[in-house]
Structures are given as structure tokens and as C-alpha cells.
Design a protein around this ligand. Sequence first.
Ligand SMILES: [Zn+2]
Length: 283
Amino acid sequence: MDKFTGTMDAARFRGQSEHAITSTDCDTTEGTQMAAGLEDLFGQERPGEPDEAEGELKRALVVAAHPDDADFGAAGTACLLARAGWEVRYIVATDGSKGSDDPSLTPAQLVELRAQEQRDAAELLGVASVGFLGFTDGELTASRELLEAIVREIRTFQPFAVYTHDPEPVIIRDSFVNHSDHRATGLATVDAVYPAARDRLNFPEHIAEGLPAHKVRELCLWGANEPNLQIDITEVVETKIAALVAHTTQFDSDDAFLEQMRTFWRDDEGRYREAFRRIVLFR
Ligand SMILES: [Zn+2]
């Protein structure tokens, strides 16, 4: 069960022709689904749940390097969490300004188009909001500035769980180079979760502004060489694929592409899974 873990870059999948794709929304307004616990939607392998009596919130923050990375890595899981009544927020570290070979597009046009594509994908999934940190595509480092921006997001949103790129592999499963922006985003996000967002003396200006220090309880990393959590996304795999296809500057939606996508996430039993390296942090 060692399927694709969501780390390829878009250019690999650009196809030839286009036609519309339809999908079933992850509609979070359906009353029967709003109250569902994770065991009903996720089955045996599932992420942890907040202790609401302890003030923990059903919130997940997904931190991605580029528009579309969150959808590769965690769209199915995000969609299932939204169905379970969680608030899911995406943030995208870079502006995506280098992600096109089309000479008719300026970088500024591309930034605008890709931001809208990410919003469209998020809407399909039931992701509540999308934020853009605006760092330059292809030039990201795990800088103090990036760390501060992610810590601010964590302290503002107060997520129970944070999902991001695994920063450790340079080469993933002897198959893919882990883009430098992915590694920088993953590393800064891990550092933001622990210890920076947790300790009030890190970025004390946030505390002075009224943002509380925040303890994230769970960290889930996609693109891991040794995942320890396989989320069954079979129920929502078509919505995940629709979210990817929403990135129209990156992907076409011909049948070959759609089948290629399904194959990436399908296991030997015909189930579709997103794989994560899950770390539970101390209270
Ligand atoms: Zn990427």
C-alpha cells in the first residue's frame, strides 16, 4: 500500500485535450453529515480528533508550497474532514508565478489565475478558506520571514491538525525529486508547529497584537517515504480529481489524465488512499 503520496509537480501531467469534468461536491451543509464522527467517514485508519471539552477545535490547516500541492497531498482528507464538520483552511506559501510554459501568460497573470484555481478547487472540497502568503515561486527558503507568516496563521486559526509537505526527503521513493519549495514549506511549517507557535516568547509581537500562543496536536506530512497513516479517500476520490482539474493552467482533463490520477491513488484492493506521516504532539 505504497501509493502516490502527492508530491509531483504539475508539469508532469499536462496533457493534450480538454473537456469538462463533473463531480459530487463535498457538501458540508448536509445535516446528516455535519454531525458525523471521523470513524463513520474514515473507517479504521483516521486522523485524531480534538477534545472539545479541552477547548480544542475541529480545525485543520493545510500548508502547501504552490497552488495545487494541497490538492495533490491532502484534498481527499480535507474533503472528508469538511464533511465531518471540520473547518479546513488552505494556505499557499508561494505565488505560483513560475508554473507555466505558456508564453502568452505573464507571471502576474499566472499568479492571479492560479489563485482563482486554488479557490475554485477549495470550494469543490468544502475547504472553508484559502490564504496566500505571496512568496516568489521557485525561490522559497525556510526563512525567518516564512516561519513568522506560518506561525501567524497557526496562532490566528488555532488548528487541531496541520497538514503539509514532508520536508525530509530530497528524493521520494526513488521516483521524484521533492521540489525545493516543498521542502522549505514543510520545514518552516514543522518548525512553526513546534516550537514557534507554541511558545509565547517566539514572535512576541503576535502576543502583543492579541494572538495567543497555540499548541497544534497533530502533524500530518504528505510526500513521506515512510507513511504511517493511509486515509481511505475512495468516497471522495472523484472530488479530489475534480479539484486537481480545477487547476486549468496546470492540468488538462482528458480521460488519460483522469485515469492516470486514479491509478496514482488506487491500492491493490481497488481503494483510493492518501498517505501521511502522522506525528501526535504532546499537550
Ligand atoms: Zn508544488
